[in-house]
Design a protein around this ligand. Structure first.
Ligand code: 6R9
Length: 666
């Protein structure tokens, strides 16, 4: 007898309360309307949620085949106006729009909507004074300080296209992105602070603009000072010829700047994301559709209401930071939270301490952070009063049921809704998630599609949409996750490479947007994301999702993080190799390895038992916390000499350790 999969044993956890009258019936009705009268549905939302300078004449046009989708055609609006000005005009000028907490817990700032309007206007005027024009790409490489969000908003205000590059990327990776976008302007800070350490951002920018063709492309580097002293006449960093000090320049600007009239389909921002192969893709989001989708999903998924304090602790360098730190909450006139530090600095109680001190009502993080904090034990969250929180969110990867349970029971004391939000850089906002007070939860399932999202499971073999006839004996469908019709938040192109956009997302399954994820849809219609299609392992004809094996491994107390890849195998096709990082207090031993194999045998099945287990001090993670299985796959395939780009790794040196450890096993 093998142990069942998470979806086979998952028990429904009833939706928490009936918050603000949200009900399953209302959701179902909304979803039906969105499918039957798609244009009317989105048109009504767009009019209700956004202020338009001129109305749109057509809701949606274009096709997936041509990739020429356009939303709210002819409509004019400004995102920054919608995120700031209108709240001030509506008498909310004195409301705190942003709470910032720096690396040190006592380093905080509260900024009202009025102050934001003035500061963002000044920054816009400063950008203009330096030659930035509507349509220019402005690369932003900054620490998580309010000026980062304000610079994004200033770009939106004047119609410049921001390209935020996560400040953990190397100079090489930054140069690649500046060059690909032909970005004439780079905005940075002299330094960042994380976990008590300085991060020399300006120096990294300096190195980057001396790489590739960046010297020819970049005209100005605009430098914020992390600790600005208005009395200082000299920059606290070494000035290069292209550098401009931002703080003194901004201080002398007029604190009002009229918002630019933008077309709904004008580019709003681009964001580079890694594909399964090749160089990063610059995905382009446009003004009207993205704004609507950001505001709409923030409101419904997190049940945001007057007086709420919404904290998403993602970095603005990723889509989660764009949509759920900056744009979504501000469009709703809520109070957003910007966090510069890490979950374990100065100690692993940081998140819960912040929730208690700032009275945070919605908190949003990633499974990797939850698993990390779990290692430190239940006592830590129990020390804080987090009863102000109603919704706890997770994003970025499938959450294993153990981490879900810990988040639900130990952090949320079974009183909060856990929203498991499935989406991608490409989708602009959530596409599949449960809703507070509406959807019964199942630990590990992102549940049901957001209204307006025509989610379809396609056969991985021939691409046909799976129907009841394809269900297995337990009522499950398994295939690839796709979407059948456009939605406002979808990315419109890859900058300078529309063909790549078509090839990646629309050619694999004609008529559908292809997510690249495999999924299981259970008898209740609940979605379980298994993982990227390229992460599925086939052992003796059994398709095994890495997430299932990893979930079994991390269920063992000794394992803090696990990553599983397929290893070429003469007889089985592929066998499984598991890389495990141990919990503090555990050491590698033959007994432990046996136990871990047993954990997989019992958790998933004997067929999924790893042939090899590599115990390692850490795993190759991107700085956003995603395990780079591509690298592990190369290591186990003895292709370590062709690892490809490792510049996005948090700690590139781990690769050599893993190669050596894997070689020992053979
Ligand atoms: C928002 C974000 C997208 C990929 C996506 C999927 C994985 C994200 C998930 C999830 C399971 C969830 N993913 N959320 N898998 N459950 N709730 O992370 O965007 O960085 O573009 O990554 O992340 O594999 O395809 P992005």
């Amino acid at each position: 007898m093998t142990n069942p999969m998470p979806h086979e044993v998952a028990k429904l956890v009833p939706a928490k309360g009936n918050i603000n009258g949200n009900t399953m019936d209302a959701y179902k009705k909304d979803y039906e309307t969105s499918m039957e009268k798609n244009d009317e549905f989105w048109s009504a939302k767009a009019t209700e949620i956004l202020d338009w300078m001129s109305p749109f004449t057509k809701v949606c046009q274009g096709s997936f085949e041509r990739g020429d989708i356009a939303w709210f055609v002819g409509g004019k609006l400004n995102l920054c106006y919608n995120a700031i000005d209108r709240h001030v005009l509506n008498g909310k000028g004195d409301q705190v729009g942003m709470i910032w907490e720096g690396d040190e817990p006592n380093d905080t700032r509260q900024i009202t909507y009025q102050e934001m309007l003035n500061e963002v206007s000044q920054i816009t005027n400063a950008l203009k004074s330096q030659g930035v024009r509507k349509g220019d790409v402005v690369t932003i490489y900054m620490p998580m300080i309010p000026e980062l969000a304000f610079t994004m908003l200033a770009c939106a205000r004047m119609g410049a296209v921001h390209s935020v590059v996560f400040a953990g990327f190397s100079s090489e990776a930054l140069a690649q992105r500046v060059s690909a976008a032909q970005s004439k302007f780079v905005v940075t800070a002299d330094k960042g602070k994380r976990g008590g350490k300085d991060i020399p951002l300006k120096k990294i920018v300096h190195d980057a603009i001396n790489k590739m063709d960046c010297q020819e492309i970049v005209e100005k580097v605009l430098v914020w000072e992390r600790f600005y002293d208005p009395a200082s006449t000299e920059a606290p960093f070494e000035m290069d010829p292209k550098d401009v000090r931002m703080n003194p320049l901004v201080a002398v600007q007029r604190p009002y700047c009229p918002p630019e009239v933008m077309d709904a389909e004008d580019n709003l921002f681009l964001l580079y994301t890694s594909g399964s192969t090749g160089k990063p893709k610059g995905l382009v989001h446009t003004t009207g559709g993205y704004s609507l989708y950001a505001a709409y999903t923030t409101k419904t998924t997190f049940d945001i209401n007057e007086g709420d304090i919404f904290a998403c602790v993602a970095d603005c360098g990723w889509i989660t930071g764009h949509t759920y730190v900056v744009y979504g909450p501000l469009l709703l006139g809520s109070t957003t939270f910007l966090f510069e530090s890490t979950p374990v600095y100065p100690d692993p109680g940081r998140y819960w301490d912040m929730i208690q001190r700032h009275k945070i009502t919605q908190f949003y993080t990633a499974p990797t952070a939850i698993r990390l904090l779990m290692r430190y034990g239940d006592e830590i969250p129990s020390k804080y009063d987090v009863s102000c929180v109603r919704v706890l969110g997770t994003v970025g990867e499938p959450i294993n049921p153990e981490a879900w349970r810990w988040y639900y029971e130990v952090v949320g004391k079974e009183k909060c809704t856990i929203v498991d939000t499935y989406w991608q850089t490409e989708t602009g906002g959530h596409i599949i998630t449960n809703l507070p007070g509406v959807t019964d939860m199942k630990p590990g399932s992102c549940t049901l599609p957001v209204p307006g999202i025509d989610a379809v499971v396609l056969s991985a073999i021939d691409g046909h949409p799976l129907t009841d006839a394809d269900k297995d004996e337990n009522g499950n469908l398994e295939g690839v996750m796709a979407i059948r019709r456009p939605w406002p938040g979808m990315a419109r192109t890859c900058l300078g490479d529309h063909e790549r956009y078509l090839t990646t997302y629309f050619k694999p399954y004609p008529g559908y947007y292809f997510t690249g994820d495999s999924v299981l849809k259970d008898k209740d219609g609940y979605h379980w994301i298994i993982g990227r299609v390229d992460d599925v392992i086939n052992v003796s004809g059994h398709r095994i999702g890495t997430a299932e094996v990893e979930s079994a491994l991390v269920a063992h107390p000794a394992v803090a993080q696990a990553a599983v890849v397929g290893e070429p195998h003469d007889i089985k096709g592929q066998s499984i190799c598991a890389f495990c990082m141990l919990t503090v207090g555990y050491d590698e031993s033959p007994e432990l390895l046996k136990e871990l194999k047993m954990a997989v045998r019992t958790g998933v099945g004997a067929f999924a038992s790893p042939d090899h287990i590599v115990i390692s001090p850490s795993l190759p993670m991107t700085r956003s916390g995603k395990i780079m299985r591509r690298i592990l796959r190369k290591i186990v395939s003895n292709e370590a000499d062709s690892l490809g780009d490792t510049s996005t790794l948090a700690d590139p040196s781990i690769v050599d350790t893993l190669i050596a450890k894997f070689a020992e096993l053979k």
